[in-house]
Write a protein that binds this ligand. Structure first.
Ligand SMILES: Cc1cc2nc3c(=O)[nH]c(=O)nc-3n(C[C@H](O)[C@H](O)[C@H](O)COP(=O)(O)O)c2cc1C
Ligand SMILES: [Mn+2]
Length: 466
């Protein structure tokens, strides 16, 4: 799948996409339709008649497991865990992108005074938002000035004026790490903010892939073939050949504009009013003929962003545990209800005393887990981590509060509404070992039905009138 258009064609064929022909306002109406539709598990929506614009807007692309499966080239019936397992398997061997010389994303080019981002139907999502958000289902490309590592990260982007996009690179995110290096060199950081291309790129942009690894290489691996890229017009960065819209520009580490607030995927705002943040000064916009704008809804779970993160955060946690070569890990699940990131459930086939503890502490030390993962639940391998009733059974009947581990300090997210707004750098963590301790000589004796009696009573089922 090279681009968003291939996804649209496939989703339409599979009954997973609806074209909205009625006129819809980009100002709150579009996002509210998308959100209500997502709450009902509805299709992806292609708004073809956005008030005042010719360019259509697509939303709700990642909201259901069936559509995530289409993106990953899987059967529509695949479960979230099947998709995560596939990501982990395929992601083991990264595939770097392939350079091409001409590409659809260069069909139109705006530079200098021609640039006007208001020419695109940028939605406003919630009434208390600080403005219209250009960047939701997008990703920002930047390059490490020391190593040449190319990073793709989904960082929200506010439309500030016709050639400025506000950004929020949270401390320690890869674009933030890179920006600090540019600051030390007294240089602006060249960036490209991209909408479209292979939909896997947005998923990997939102994934917690380890530092020094390019999301392009992971997306290529999961796709099974290299992502096609072309040199940026004004920046020395690879941009996806099949992108719908590429915004090229620079982030000056020493310049700030008022940004926010933005209704987050936690269901809350992460602050009051605006905050001065770095921004992208846009120098060039390239786009396809008849471009398609792509947005994702945030707000209360579960919507598009939560499903995006349940897959991308869950798969990267699983991948990172696999990379540590800890034996016995059967499956990982990060429930979308917890935005795919605050709670992780891991099943393990225990092989030695302390194995479950190792899994719990490893999880919070991965790139994914070290960032705001608050609760890890470790279960035995007879429990599927996505089977929440069985996980609760394990928490009820195998977990003992005296064996829980509280870690008092770890990297937090400024979005976590359980911490005071002004003090969200550091979080606590809880590791719930809901396994039966390996070292116990006397294990609880399970109650099993007698198989012989089961057989005989089943033979009498009709007679019993059941
Ligand atoms: C819709 C959406 C919006 C996001 N907005 C931000 C944001 O504004 N700032 C941020 O640091 N991370 C944001 N994230 C999370 C990052 O995409 C995620 O942490 C990712 O790992 C960042 O890439 P990096 O690991 O290369 O830094 C967002 C994720 C999604 C799905
Ligand atoms: Mn990264």
């Amino acid at each position: 799948m090279k681009d968003l258009r291939e996804f649209i064609a496939l989703a339409e064929k599979e009954g997973e996409l609806k074209r909205i022909k009625a006129k819809v306002d980009w100002d709150l109406e579009l996002s509210h339709i998308a959100k209500l539709n997502e709450e009902k598990g509805g299709p992806a929506l292609l708004f073809e008649n956005v008030k005042g614009y010719k360019t259509p807007v697509i939303t709700s692309v990642n909201t259901t497991t069936s559509r995530l499966a289409l993106i990953m080239g899987e059967r529509k019936e695949a479960s979230l865990v099947d998709l995560m397992r596939l990501w982990v398997e395929k992601g083991k061997k990264t595939i770097p992108p392939k350079w091409v010389k001409s590409a659809p994303c260069k069909e139109n080019i705006m530079k200098g005074k021609q640039i006007d981002l208001f020419k695109f139907p940028v939605p406003k999502y919630y009434s208390k938002d600080g403005g219209r958000y250009w960047g939701t289902a997008h990703f920002v490309i930047s390059k490490d000035p020391e190593t040449g590592w190319v990073n793709l990260g989904t960082y929200r982007g506010q439309l500030l004026d016709k050639n400025h996009i506000g950004t929020m690179f949270i401390k320690g995110k890869h674009a933030d790490i890179m920006l600090k290096k540019y600051a030390a060199m007294n240089k602006p950081m060249p960036v490209a903010a991209v909408i479209g291309g292979d939909p896997l790129l947005f998923l990997t942009g939102a994934a917690r892939i380890s530092a020094y690894t390019s999301e392009y290489d992971v997306a290529g691996a999961v796709r099974g073939e290299p992502i096609e890229v072309i040199q940026g017009e004004t920046v020395d960065l690879p941009v996806p050949a099949g992108a719908e819209i590429v915004v090229e520009g620079e982030v000056d580490p020493n310049k700030f504009m008022a940004e926010g607030p933005f209704g987050e995927y936690t269901g809350y705002y992460s602050g009051v009013g605006t905050v001065d943040r770095n921004f992208i000064k846009v120098n060039c916009v390239t786009y396809r003929n008849n471009p398609i704008f792509w947005g994702t809804t945030v707000g209360k779970a579960v919507t598009d962003t939560h499903m995006t993160m349940a897959l991308s955060y869950g798969a990267t946690l699983w991948q990172q545990l696999t990379d540590m070569k800890i034996p016995g890990i059967k499956a990982v699940y990060c429930p979308p209800e917890a935005a795919g990131r605050f709670i992780a459930i891991i099943s393990v086939k225990q092989m030695y005393p302390g194995h479950a503890d190792q899994v719990g502490t490893a999880a919070i030390s991965t790139e994914m887990g070290a960032y705001g993962l608050k609760t890890v639940i470790v279960v035995d391998d007879d429990i599927d981590p996505w089977d929440i009733p069985r996980v609760l059974y394990a928490v009820a009947f195998r977990f003992q509060p005296n064996r829980c581990q509280i870690i008092h300090r770890g990297r937090s997210t400024p979005l976590d509404p359980s911490l005071p707004i002004e003090n969200r750098d550091i979080t606590g963590r809880l590791i719930i070992d809901a396994t039966i301790p390996y070292e116990w000589k006397e294990k609880p004796i399970p109650i099993d039905l007698d198989p012989e009696i089961v057989k005989s009573v089943q033979a009498r089922w009709k007679e019993l009138g059941l």
